[in-house]
Ligand binder design. Structure first.
Ligand SMILES: Cc1cc2nc3c(=O)[nH]c(=O)nc-3n(C[C@H](O)[C@H](O)[C@H](O)COP(=O)(O)OP(=O)(O)OC[C@H]3O[C@@H](n4cnc5c(N)ncnc54)[C@H](O)[C@@H]3O)c2cc1C
Ligand SMILES: *[C@@H]1O[C@H](CO)[C@@H](O)[C@H](O)[C@H]1NC(C)=O
Ligand SMILES: *[C@@H]1O[C@H](CO)[C@@H](O)[C@H](O)[C@H]1NC(C)=O
Ligand SMILES: *[C@@H]1O[C@H](CO)[C@@H](O)[C@H](O)[C@H]1NC(C)=O
Ligand SMILES: *[C@@H]1O[C@H](CO)[C@@H](O)[C@H](O)[C@H]1NC(C)=O
Ligand SMILES: *[C@@H]1O[C@H](CO)[C@@H](O)[C@H](O)[C@H]1NC(C)=O
Ligand SMILES: *[C@@H]1O[C@H](CO)[C@@H](O)[C@H](O)[C@H]1NC(C)=O
Ligand SMILES: *[C@@H]1O[C@H](CO)[C@@H](O)[C@H](O)[C@H]1NC(C)=O
Ligand SMILES: *[C@@H]1O[C@H](CO)[C@@H](O)[C@H](O)[C@H]1NC(C)=O
Ligand SMILES: *[C@@H]1O[C@H](CO)[C@@H](O)[C@H](O)[C@H]1NC(C)=O
Length: 576
C-alpha cells in the first residue's frame, strides 16, 4: 500500500486481458470463394443475396450455399492475419482503432454512452470479448423456434468455434463468491443457460486464438458461395410494376474504389435477399431502401416503397455497471469466464488484471479502458472527447500496481427500456442516430441495484477476501469506480450516493444492443419483412430481448438455424 491510493483509484478504468502463450498470427484458410469487391462484375445473378457477413450472415451463407448460389456482401475486410483480431491479448485494439479501415466503427448513442459496431467479415465475433453461452430453452420456445433444430444448430457452431476456458485464481474466487452470495446451484462448465453460477464457453482457444463466425464459412460449399469484401450495400432494389406487393430483386453496392455494382436475384419464385447487417445496419438499410416510417424517409428525400413505422423502433442496449475492486495480490488476466444467472433479472460477470507485458502502448486495452470508449467516471452526457482524452492520458501515466484488481459487473437482463433509430444521412457508411433510453423503465433500475447488491456480497465473501483490501467499504469502492481523479469535471462527489444514482451515472455498454427490425413488428416469425416479398432480416436486429447471458452463441445459431429452415421449406415446396 506504499503507492498513492489515488493512483490505484485510476485503475478503475483499466484493462483486462488474458495472458496465454500466443503462437503467431493465424494464416488465412483457403477460402477460394472470397474476393475483393473491386474484382466483381458490374452485374451478377444469384439465388440468395445476403447483406452483411457478420455473426449471423456467415453461418447463414455457409448453410444456404450447400444447395444454392449465394452472394455474401460484407462492407469490411478479412479478419485473417490481423493480430488485433486473432490475438486474445490484443483485445480492445480493434475497438480503439478509429480509422476508416478499422474492423470496428465507434458510435455514440443519444444517451451519451460510447459504443461500437463491427465492420469486418465475421462481424461482432471478431471484436467481442469472446464469452459464449446459449439462450434459455424458454427463450427459444417464446421465439417460436424448433428446439431440436436449435440444439443441433448450436452444436454445429460449437464444433468449430467454442471452447472451455482455463479458470485461474481470481475467476475462481468470483465463482465461489457468487455461490456464497446465493447464486446457486453451481452448475460447473456448461454452454446451457441455467439459474445459478457456471463457467461459460469462449471463442478463444487455449492458445489465445480467436475463432469467429467467419470460420463457419469452412462449412460452405465453395462452388455455391461468393464472398465479396469491402462491398458496401447502398440500397435494396424493389420491383413494383405488376406486383401486388413490392418485390425485392436486387441490391446496389459499392467497392473500395467507389465503383457501383449490381447484384440481382435469378428468376425463381423462392429466391430471396436476406439482410444480416446487425442491429444498426439492418434498420438503416431498410430505411435507405424505402422501407420505414414514410414521413422520416420523405424528410431524407427517400422514395417510400412501404410505410413501415416500426422500422428502427424497439432499440435496446442492456445497461452494464461494474465495480472495480483493487487487489492486494497479483491477479491473472482474464476476460469473462464465470457468470451468475440470478432469479431477479441480472447477470453477474467479471474480468481481471491487465496485460503488463508490454509498454504503455500495449498494456492498456481492456474491457474497461477509456481507449475503447468505456468511461464510468463521468456520467454519460459528459463523456466528451476531451473527458475521454484526459482519462487516456491519466491512465498512461499509471504504474503497474495501479492496474492490479478486477471488475465485477452486472448486466440487466432484457432490458425492458426501449428506444429508436433514425437516419442522419443517406450514406450507409455514416452511423444512424440511436437512442436506447437506459433505465427508463424502473424495473431495469431495480435489476441493476439488486445486481450491485449481489456484487457487494461477492466482494465481502470469504473466498474473495484475499483479492480485496479489508478496510475498503463498498461505499469506498463505489467512490473509486465512479469518482476517480480522472474525473476532473464537476459532478456529485457524494460517497453515500444511492445505488440508483450509481447505476445511472456509471452505466456503460456491454455491446449487446439489439432491435430495430423486431420479430412480430417488422418481420414475421419466418423473419420475412412485412409488406414486401422476397426479403428477410435475420440477425440481432430482430430480437425483442437479448438472448442468454451474452448473445453471440444464439446469433450464430440463428444463422445456421434459419439457413436450415429455408433449405427444408424450399425442398418441401420445390421438390429440388
Ligand atoms: C466489443 C463487443 C464485445 C462483445 N462481447 C460479447 C461477448 O463476450 N459475448 C457475446 O456473446 N457477445 C458479445 N458481444 C455481442 C455480439 O458480438 C453481437 O451481439 C453479435 O456479434 C451481433 O451479430 P449480428 O449478426 O447481429 O451483427 P454483426 O456481427 O455486427 O454483423 C453485421 C455485419 O454487417 C455488415 N454490414 C453492415 N451494414 C452493411 C452494408 N450496408 N453493406 C454491407 N455490409 C454491411 C457489418 O460490417 C457487419 O460485419 C460483443 C459485442 C461487441 C461489439
Ligand atoms: C499477441 O499479443 C502478445 C501480447 O501482447 C504479443 O506479445 C504478441 O507479439 C502478439 N502476437 C502478434 C502476432 O501480434
Ligand atoms: C485452395 O482451394 C482451391 C479450390 O478449392 C484449390 O484448387 C487449391 O489447390 C487450394 N489451395 C491450397 C493451397 O490448398
Ligand atoms: C481492394 O481493392 C481496392 C481497390 O483496388 C484496394 O484499394 C484495396 O486495398 C483492396 N483490398 C484488399 C483487401 O485487397
Ligand atoms: C491495430 O490497432 C492499432 C490501434 O489500436 C492500429 O494502430 C493498428 O494499425 C492496427 N493494426 C491492424 C493490422 O489493423
Ligand atoms: C442437445 O442435444 C444433445 C445430443 O442429443 C443432448 O445431449 C443435450 O441434452 C441437448 N441439449 C439441450 C439443451 O436440449
Ligand atoms: C431534399 O430535396 C430538396 C429538393 O431538391 C432539397 O431542397 C433538400 O435539401 C433535400 N433534403 C435532403 C435531406 O437531402
Ligand atoms: C471519493 O473520491 C474522491 C475522488 O477521488 C476523493 O477526493 C474523496 O476523498 C473520496 N471520498 C472517500 C470518502 O473516499
Ligand atoms: C448525498 O447522498 C445522500 C444519500 O443519497 C443524500 O441524502 C444527500 O443529500 C447527498 N448530498 C449531496 C451533497 O448530494
Ligand atoms: C440439396 O440438393 C441435393 C442434390 O440435388 C438434394 O438431394 C438434397 O435433397 C437437397 N437438400 C436440400 C436441403 O435442399
Amino acid at each position: 500500500m506504499g503507492f498513492g491510493w489515488w493512483k490505484l483509484f485510476g485503475a478503475a478504468l483499466v484493462g483486462i486481458l488474458f495472458f496465454h502463450g500466443f503462437c503467431g498470427a493465424e494464416t488465412a484458410p483457403n477460402f477460394s470463394f472470397m474476393h475483393n469487391a473491386t474484382t466483381a462484375p458490374d452485374i451478377s445473378y444469384y439465388d440468395y443475396i445476403i447483406v452483411g457477413g457478420g455473426t449471423t450472415g456467415c453461418p447463414l451463407a455457409a448453410t444456404l450455399s450447400q444447395n444454392y448460389s449465394v452472394l455474401l456482401l460484407e462492407r469490411g475486410g478479412t479478419p485473417y492475419g490481423n493480430p488485433n483480431i486473432t490475438n486474445v491479448s490484443a483485445f480492445g485494439r480493434a475497438l480503439s482503432d478509429l480509422s476508416p479501415t478499422s474492423p470496428s466503427q465507434r458510435f455514440i448513442s443519444e444517451d451519451g454512452v460510447i459504443n461500437a459496431r463491427a465492420r469486418v467479415l465475421g462481424g461482432g465475433s471478431c471484436v467481442n470479448a469472446g464469452f459464449y453461452s446459449r439462450a434459455a430453452t424458454d427463450y427459444a420456445r417464446e421465439a417460436g423456434w424448433d428446439t431440436r433444430l436449435v440444439n443441433e444448430s448450436y452444436q454445429w457452431v460449437e464444433r468449430l468455434v467454442a471452447f472451455q476456458p482455463p479458470i485461474q485464481a481470481w475467476q475462481s474466487a468470483v465463482r465461489a463468491g457468487l455461490v456464497q452470495a446465493g447464486v446457486v446451484p453451481y452448475n460447473g462448465f456448461t454452454y446451457d443457460h441455467i439459474y445459478g453460477t457456471k463457467v461459460g464457453g469462449t471463442i478463444f482457444d487455449l492458445e489465445g486464438h480467436r475463432h469467429t463466425a467467419a470460420d463457419l464459412l469452412q462449412y460452405a460449399n465453395p462452388t455455391g458461395l461468393t464472398v465479396l469484401l469491402h462491398a458496401t450495400v447502398h440500397k435494396i432494389l424493389f420491383r413494383t410494376k405488376g406486383k401486388s406487393r413490392p418485390l425485392a430483386h436486387g441490391v446496389v453496392f459499392r467497392d473500395a474504389s467507389g465503383t457501383k455494382h449490381r447484384a440481382y436475384l435469378k428468376s425463381g419464385p423462392t429466391n430471396e435477399i436476406i439482410v444480416s447487417s446487425g442491429a444498426l445496419g439492418s434498420p438503416q438499410l431498410l430505411m435507405l431502401s424505402g422501407v420505414g416510417p414514410a414521413e422520416h424517409l420523405r424528410a431524407h428525400n427517400i422514395t417510400v416503397v412501404v410505410d413501415q413505422p416500426l422500422v428502427g423502433q424497439g432499440m435496446s442496449d442492456n445497461p452494464m455497471n461494474a465495480i472495480f475492486v483493487p487487489s492486494p495480490i497479483p491477479v491473472e488476466v482474464s476476460l469473462i469466464q464465470v457468470v451468475g444467472i440470478t432469479h431477479f433479472g441480472s447477470y453477474i460477470e467479471a474480468a481481471s488484471g491487465e496485460n503488463f507485458a508490454g509498454s504503455s502502448a500495449t498494456r492498456d486495452f481492456g474491457m474497461f479502458s477509456p481507449k475503447i470508449g468505456q468511461l464510468s467516471t463521468v456520467p454519460p452526457k459528459q463523456r466528451t472527447p476531451e473527458a475521454l482524452a484526459k482519462a487516456v492520458e491519466y491512465m498512461n501515466s499509471l504504474e503497474a500496481p495501479a492496474f492490479r484488481g478486477g471488475f465485477i459487473l452486472e448486466k440487466v437482463m432484457g432490458p425492458i427500456s426501449r428506444g429508436h433509430l433514425e437516419l442522419r444521412t443517406r450514406n450507409p457508411n455514416d452511423n444512424p442516430s440511436v437512442t436506447f433510453n437506459y433505465f427508463k423503465d424502473p424495473q431495469d433500475l431495480e435489476r441493476c441495484i439488486r445486481g450491485l447488491e449481489t456484487i457487494e456480497k461477492i466482494i465481502e465473501s470469504k473466498p474473495f477476501s484475499k483479492f480485496r483490501y479489508d478496510y475498503l467499504s463498498l461505499a469506498a469502492l463505489l467512490n473509486i469506480t465512479a469518482n476517480s481523479p480522472i474525473n476532473l469535471l464537476p459532478k456529485h462527489a457524494n460517497v453515500s450516493r444511492s445505488l440508483d444514482q450509481f447505476c445511472k451515472d456509471t452505466v456503460m455498454t456491454i455491446w449487446h444492443y439489439h432491435g430495430g427490425c423486431q420479430v412480430g413488428r417488422v418481420v414475421d416469425y419466418q423473419y420475412k419483412v412485412l409488406g414486401v416479398d422476397a426479403l428477410r432480416v435475420i440477425d440481432g436486429s430482430t430480437f425483442i430481448y437479448s438472448p442468454g447471458t451474452n448473445p453471440q452463441a444464439t446469433v450464430m445459431m440463428l444463422g445456421r438455424y434459419m439457413g436450415k429452415r429455408i433449405l427444408d421449406e424450399r425442398l418441401a415446396s420445390d421438390g429440388n
